[in-house]
Ligand binder design. Structure first.
Ligand code: SAH
Length: 358
């Protein structure tokens, strides 16, 4: 078969409609044709641009948060982990900024959780000197020391499923065939979430067993071995918020999600309320989410910019990057930052920067 669309259609013809999560998993992760398996999607010539690709100051501010908490925790041995590191830019900026934190290099081992062979190559170029260890999933992360985990635009790339309210109650939203064309439909069975009330006909409620499973696994680890996770993503923190946020992006613009399959990025908004609830249920402390703007400003992005400009007037060009990352109504407020810490007696990470209401 020549294209991913044909592969998916053949599967639907053989075994029936698939849920939105199965569609997303195939479109992004199919071993031969999946979006992330075949390309580096980032940057001006790609499909979308992420915060670390906009400015080095993003990684510097994440470093201030994570490494400052590590210093106050007494500089323990740790594993510094990034989930979905893209080109490795955030980790490279963090490790460069860590030069100012004595002992960090000696105490931290670097781990990258990445499924894309193309992006692993890019990460090797950016980070090879630091001898990182790659993982296919969070399950193989080491258990012998606290984890310092960072994740920017990782959770949004994990498959999401949708329930749709019908006259008969909530049903799983699926993708099937109308003639030869892929189209959204409604399955006979209810979705795998417990909510039975609320919603009017046509309402959509998103849920993501995969994101929830990753959060559960990480929260369990943080409670056992100690550590801190800082996750940044676009999303909301309203429990059970309704709405269809499943979207496709190609060449920096939106496109219909059932077109350009394997050639467009698919994401949906992250339900921070749900992730926070899972982490709390495991015994972790959750801080935030706060807006990206509030977080970056609390970490001192303005002071950092001024310092960079004092050192070299040419760095004035970096102001545009800061403005984009902190823009009201743009990245500054669409993106949120949430921290999760393990409540263990032997090692406590208390990140600053989450006191400001979002
Ligand atoms: N964090 C980077 C890249 C974000 S794009 C940045 O901010 O620039 C999403 C990243 O998650 C990519 O590196 C992609 O390959 C990776 N990814 C997507 N699904 C994944 C999965 N199931 N497991 C691990 N990594 C995944």
């Amino acid at each position: 078969m020549e294209t991913l669309e044909e592969v998916i259609k053949a599967q639907i013809r053989a075994t029936g409609p698939i849920d939105v999560g199965q569609f997303m998993a195939l479109a992004l992760g199919h071993p031969t044709f999946g979006y992330y398996m075949t390309r580096d999607p980032l940057g001006a010539r790609g499909d979308f641009t992420t915060a670390p690709e906009i400015s080095q100051m993003f990684g510097e501010m994440v470093t201030v948060c994570v490494v400052e908490a590590w210093i106050r925790a007494g500089k323990p041995d740790v594993h510094l982990v990034e989930l979905g590191p893209g080109r490795g830019t955030l980790m490279a900026d963090m490790l460069r900024a860590c030069k100012n934190a004595p002992d960090f290099y000696e105490r931290a081992k670097i781990h990258l959780v990445e499924t894309s062979p193309v992006l692993r190559e890019a990460q090797k170029k950016a980070l090879g000197n630091y001898k990182p260890v790659w993982h296919d999933s969070v399950d193989t992360l080491p258990t012998d020391a606290p984890l310092l985990i960072v994740a920017n635009e990782f959770f949004d790339a994990l498959p999401v499923r949708q329930g749709v309210m019908t006259k008969k109650g909530w049903r799983e939203r699926v993708i099937g065939l109308e003639g030869d064309k892929l189209s959204f439909g409604v399955a006979a069975q209810p979705p795998a979430f417990a909510k039975t009330t609320g919603g009017k006909a046509g309402d959509i409620l998103e849920y993501s067993p995969m994101r929830e499973a990753v959060m559960k696994a990480l929260a369990t680890r943080l409670q056992k071995q100690g550590g801190l996770m800082v996750a940044i993503d676009y999303g909301h923190d309203v429990p059970d918020a309704m709405g269809d946020t499943f979207q496709a992006v190609r060449k920096h613009g939106y496109c219909p999600p059932l077109e350009n399959i394997g050639d467009a990025d698919l994401t949906s908004h992250v339900d921070f309320a749900k992730l926070a609830q899972i982490a709390r249920d495991k015994g972790c402390t959750v801080l935030g989410p706060v807006t990206q703007k509030a977080f970056l400003e609390a970490m001192g992005i303005g002071i950092r910019l001024n310092r960079l400009i004092e050192n070299d007037a040419k760095n004035e060009t970096m102001r545009a990057g800061m403005e984009r990352l902190t823009a009201e109504g743009g990245m500054g407020t669409l993106f949120r930052v949430m921290a999760v810490t393990g409540n263990v007696s032997f090692c406590s990470f208390q990140p600053a920067g989450f006191q400001i209401p979002s």
